[in-house]
Ligand binder design. Structure first.
Ligand SMILES: [Zn+2]
Length: 97
């Protein structure tokens, strides 16, 4: 049986046969609390209209919603988690208990 060799997306190291790797699925969506803190100036209104035009483009779509799927080795998975949430992950786990 031929198995597809797994490569870590981050460091490029080959995952050894039978070795553990991690599927990372990252979903990023933009958020807005509905509050606009400023009284818009005419220039600001023009900027907002320009932004709305940009929203019609595919690049802007990625700014609103982005889904990433990668495979990482354990070392890179640990680094990713540390970079994203650092110490907070221990806190959020203990908060649930
Ligand atoms: Zn790696």
């Amino acid at each position: 049986m031929e198995t597809k060799r797994k490569i870590c997306f981050s460091c490029g190291n080959r995952i050894p046969e039978g070795g553990i790797y991690y599927n990372i699925e990252l979903k990023i969506t933009s958020g807005f609390d509905g509050i606009i803190n400023e009284r818009p100036s005419p220039q600001r209104i023009r900027d907002i209209l320009k932004s709305l035009e940009d929203l019609m483009s595919i690049e802007a779509e990625e700014d609103v919603f982005k889904e990433i799927q990668i495979e990482l080795c354990k070392s890179c998975k640990d680094k990713l988690i540390s970079t994203l949430v650092g110490e907070r992950i221990d806190q959020s786990i203990s908060d649930k208990n």
